[in-house]
Design a protein. Structure first.
Length: 132
């Protein structure tokens, strides 16, 4: 005959009920689990911040490398005029040409952001003469 213990509103056989050491192990296991989840979330956030910092710097280099691997380095270096570039793109399919244009636009936009002069503050433009 199985002996039953009453836990809340349900009854379990005594053999199934966890003993005190088993409860501690499961509590410790849950604490370990949640601390690991927290560590993973923190690592993801830190990694995303690093990617955001490196993203703008590497983005132009990534696009340039992609275009060079595709054999389109002349679009990046600008050694040819616009006419041959259009002729080169006309040999590609529409989807290929769209991807190349997207990469090239992304490359030029990233370079513009990188080389953009910082905006001057109004106090720097209209500086007050020294009262000395």
């Amino acid at each position: 005959k199985a002996q039953y213990q009453r836990i809340g509103s349900m009854s379990l056989p005594a053999a199934v009920s966890p003993s005190a050491p088993e409860r501690c192990v499961s509590r410790d296991s849950m604490e370990d689990y949640w601390s690991e989840v927290k560590n993973i979330e923190e690592e993801r956030q830190g990694g995303q911040e690093e990617l955001m910092e490196r993203g703008s710097m590497d983005e132009a280099e990534i696009e340039e490398a992609w275009l060079q691997e595709a054999g389109l380095s002349t679009l990046v270096t600008g050694t040819q005029s616009d006419g041959p570039a259009e002729a080169l793109l006309s040999t590609l399919t529409r989807s290929q040409a769209a991807m190349v244009k997207k990469r090239l636009d992304n490359y030029t936009q990233t370079l513009r952001k990188r080389n953009k002069q910082p905006m001057r503050h109004v106090r720097d433009v209209f500086s007050m003469p020294d009262a000395s």
